[in-house]
Each structure stands twice: as C-alpha cells, then as structure tokens.
Design a protein around this ligand. Structure first.
Ligand code: NIG
Ligand code: FE
Length: 424
C-alpha cells in the first residue's frame, strides 16, 4: 500500500490504544514510534523499527518528530458553541453573592443570552463560531460537540442548528450537533411551561429530525428548570425519533438527572456535582459516560465536586469538557480545562488525557473512529514539542501544539485576534 504521510520516528507516541496498554503503560505510550497515514486514515501504528515492508513509503511525506510528543486530536465533548452577546455583568453579580439559579429566575442567565442571540444575524453567529473553532483547533482540539439552546423557538432552534451544520461543513474541526431546545423555560412560557414542553416534543423535535440537524438531544434537568418526569418525557420522545441522549444532570441540586440518564441509557450525563453514590452502578451498567465540567464549577464558585473517585473505581468512563458558554463557563480552552480537572478532582494527568480522548470520543458517539492513534482511526493528531506527555496537563497555559493534523492533513493554525464574544 502506498503511504501518503509517515510520522517516524515519534519521540513519545501517546496512542491510548488497548493494543499497547498495560498496567505499566496505561496510555499505550510508544517511544520511537511510527504512524502511517493514507488519505484521512491511520493505517499502521507501532515501533519505527517494525514498519512492515508491505507499506510503500517511497512517495510519502515523512516527518521526523523524534523530539516531540504526539497525541490523538483532543475532543471537546460538551460546548454551547453558538450564541450572541456576553454576560460579563453576571460574573460580577455572582461574585457579590447572587446564585446562578437566582439570576436565571430573574430573567438573566440563559434567557439573557437567548435575547442577545436572537439579535445576532446568521452570519454573525457563523463568524463567531468559525473564530471559536479556530481557537479550539489551535489547542489541538479536532472534534467539538455543539448544542443549540439559545433559540428556544422553533425557528430559533433550527437557525442555531443550521449555523452548527454550516460550521461543520466549512471548518476543518468536526462539529457534532446536539438539540437542546429544553435548555430552560423561555420567558414567554413562564406561566404555562407545559405548552413549551409540547412545542419541544411535537414541533421542534420532528422538525430537527426531519432536517437531519442533530445527532443528540440534551436537556437541563434541574430543580426549577425541567424536573425528572418532564425530562424523561422529552428524552423518550427524542429517543423515539432516533436521537441519542445527553443530560445536564445533578449540577446544582441532587435532582435525579444522573439516575434518569442511566435509566434511559443515555450516551452521557454532564456536570454531576450532586450525583449520588448509589446511582453510580447504573452508569456502569448502562455504559453512560460521566462528562465533568470543572470550569463551570469554578465559575459558579461551587465547593461540591462530583464523586469522581467512585466513578473511576467503578469503571465508569469519565470525560472532561469546557462547557464553553457565556454564563457558567466562558472558556474555550480545553487545555486549561484539563489542568483544572487534574487540580479540582485530584487526578493524575493520565486520567485527564483519557478523559479528552477515548472517553470524550464515546461521549460523542465516535469511539470507533476517534480518540486513539490506531489503525482504522481517523488521522486526527496533536503534536507538542515536549519530551514528557504530562506537561500538556500539568502546565497551566503557555503550551500549545506545534502542529495539528485533521483527517490526514496538517491544519493551518491561527489564533484569532478578532473577538470571540460580542457586546450588544
Ligand atoms: O452547562 N446548566 C445549564 N447550561 C449551561 C449554562 C448555559 C448558560 O449559562 O448560558 C451549563 O452550565
Ligand atoms: Fe452545558
């Protein structure tokens, strides 16, 4: 087979592949490794000296990365990528003591962003989205999940999902679309929330599915937002229409969203600060990924941390994501998130790296194709000029990849200077 590109030797190759993993080598790390690429796919991975002769490297672009560390491209598996405006004022309110839910109940929070997003044109939202993806790619992030949820009308939600579709089409980063029509109760339905639930189930969901605009359905299951029974109804309707499920669960109170996610065999449940110990076995049984969002917890100045040790001990896949949004996590940086996850949850860097590769791939339903450097996987790679792979997690800022490969091609990297948030 004619090889297009070969990375050989690679000083430290972090494969995350089961083939190379063992008790002594939990991340499947190879030194003096090699990666062979054909089109957009990895076709062989191993030690440089073991490259089989069936591969013809005569016309391959061969890169010597003997001083570098190569990872699978990182996956940000929970973001609210597309919105207009910003909410710097709420940060100050929270610092003074107002809670996130109080601000939301008073018409701020998600509903404030809904108003600002409605004022932004399709093109403005698209341009912001492209810049945000540029900033993420600059950090070695090659796949991003993106939720709607700031439209909260039929047209508004479809418009956001169409922006997400256009971003996925035009940006080199893969964008995985999630319908989050049940992000909160919109202001106009405050006195009759049931009517909004019916709108989500009977009008939005069919329209979203018919247009093929989402792979996942998510919901904010929380006291005073969507209770467990309503969440169940909406999620079951979504599953009935073929969408996979995610749940914003047990973030601010122990409202039971985590248990619901596992009961419904959701792909993932997110936040989980208040997840109860007794609900953890159900996660394992259902294969539900626990997606932890340390930046949101930090911004909301929460002291409670998810039961991360128990989750890991019981074999639940634990992923980490930015939760990028204008309120609880105005942070595009997955690298910063990785460092925060290690510190807040007292985790070794290996566990954090697993959480933004293999486990994050599972959280976006792409575990057969993404998150490992392995034959048959998409050639998405992040190359860092460091000799010790742990530096990428344990250094707070200042370390960026020297190269990023997406679908077998080196991506051009530019840090955006134009704003990633707008002021209305
Ligand atoms: O994941 N918890 C609900 N939703 C988002 C916040 C969105 C916002 O505040 O605009 C979250 O934290
Ligand atoms: Fe979120």
């Amino acid at each position: 087979m004619k090889i297009d590109r070969a990375l050989a030797p690679v000083g430290t190759l972090v494969t995350l592949s089961d083939r190379f993993e063992g008790d002594e080598n939990p991340l499947g790390i190879l030194s003096k490794g090699a990666v062979l690429i054909k089109d957009d796919e990895i076709v062989w991975v191993g030690k440089q000296d073991d490259v089989p002769s069936e591969f013809d490297l005569s016309e391959a672009d061969i890169q010597d990365l003997s001083e570098d560390t190569v990872f699978p491209g990182f996956i940000d598996c929970h973001t609210h990528l597309v919105f207009g405006g910003s909410r710097a004022n709420e940060f100050d309110m929270r610092v003074r003591g107002d809670s996130y839910l109080e601000i939301l109940q008073a018409g701020g929070g998600i509903n404030a962003t809904v108003r600002m997003t409605r004022e932004a044109s399709f093109d403005e939202l698209y341009d912001l989205g492209m810049r945000r993806l540029d900033a993420m790619l600059r950090e070695g992030v090659t796949t991003v999940e993106a939720k709607s949820g700031y439209g909260l009308t039929l047209e508004g939600e479809l418009r956001l999902l169409e922006v997400i579709q256009a971003l996925n089409r035009d940006h080199v980063v893969d964008v995985v679309p999630t319908f989050l029509g049940a992000h909160t109760i919109p202001e106009t339905f405050k006195t009759n929330p049931r009517e909004y639930v019916d709108l989500v189930i009977h009008e939005m969901l069919p329209a979203v599915v018919e247009r093929g605009l989402a792979e996942f359905c998510d919901i904010f299951c929380e006291e005073g937002v969507y209770d467990v029974e309503t969440s169940r109804e909406i999620l079951e309707a979504a599953r009935g229409r073929g969408l996979k499920l995610k749940v914003h669960a047990d973030q601010l109170t122990a409202s039971g969203g985590g248990r619901l996610a596992a009961e419904l065999r959701a792909t993932s449940a997110e936040h989980l600060e208040y997840l109860r110990e007794e609900d953890i076995p159900a996660f394992k049984e259902a294969g539900t990924v626990a997606v932890l969002l340390p930046i949101a917890a930090m911004y909301l100045m929460m002291e409670k941390v998810p039961p991360v040790k128990s989750l890991l001990e019981q074999g639940v896949p634990v992923a980490f994501a930015t939760d990028f949004n204008p309120g609880s996590a105005p942070c595009l940086s997955l690298l910063t998130t990785m460092t925060m996850a290690a510190i807040l949850y007292r985790l070794p860097s290996d566990e954090v790296l697993r959480g933004v590769t293999v486990h994050a791939a599972r959280a976006v339903g792409r575990e057969a194709r993404l998150g490992k450097v392995e034959a048959g996987f998409q050639a998405d790679l992040a190359v860092f000029s460091v000799g010790d792979h742990r530096l990428v997690v344990t250094t707070f800022g200042g370390i960026l990849p020297s190269r990023v490969m997406k679908r077998g091609r080196w991506a051009s990297l530019s840090a955006p200077c134009e704003p990633i948030m707008t002021t209305l």
